[in-house]
Design a protein around this ligand. Sequence first.
Ligand SMILES: [Zn+2]
Length: 207
Amino acid sequence: MDKVKILETYLPADAAPLIGRWIDYFKCEFKISRNRNTKFGDYRPPHSGKGHRISVNYDLNPYAFLVTTVHEFAHLHTWNEHQHKAKPHGTEWKLNFKKMMQPFFEKDIFPADIKHAITGYLNNPAASSCSDLTLYRSLRKYDAPKDSVVTVEKLPLKAIFKLKDGRIFSKEEKLRKRYKCIEVNSKRVYLFSPVAEVEIIENQNNG
Ligand SMILES: [Zn+2]
């Protein structure tokens, strides 16, 4: 499947082509992470034969996914320019983040409140980490409601979900093209299509 097509399922569609070009241009290994991390994303500089690596969590809403992706690419760009000489979220990184956010502002991709929160974040010299609360809160507002419908392939392993008929399952490993799922009451095994739509009840990895 085409890279931009995949990116479009996670990012605002208008943002996907440029992120696709960055992945090529910076020769970056870009991974959509299915692990639930406390961090939204991660950047690793080239190390022992491996190139730039970025991973972004799969379960972010499209705006949070884009802001996180640009955040990590700003780390990459800052690394290319300064290596160890620049602090992770120092002035060099901030300048690059601002610059790299610009094309998405020009395309008018963000709703006004997110744009406002990003601008505030970029112009506040004290805001130095990824976890700026105003920005975080404005991004969280666009998360889908917790009980919304998702496809089986997007669920983390061991997630508990419900079908329309009320039966409850736990998601297990993938067997060839389908996912093994166990009906909680009967303990019987069923195979689900990756795109079957279900309602998530609880994420066991999340405690
Ligand atoms: Zn960071």
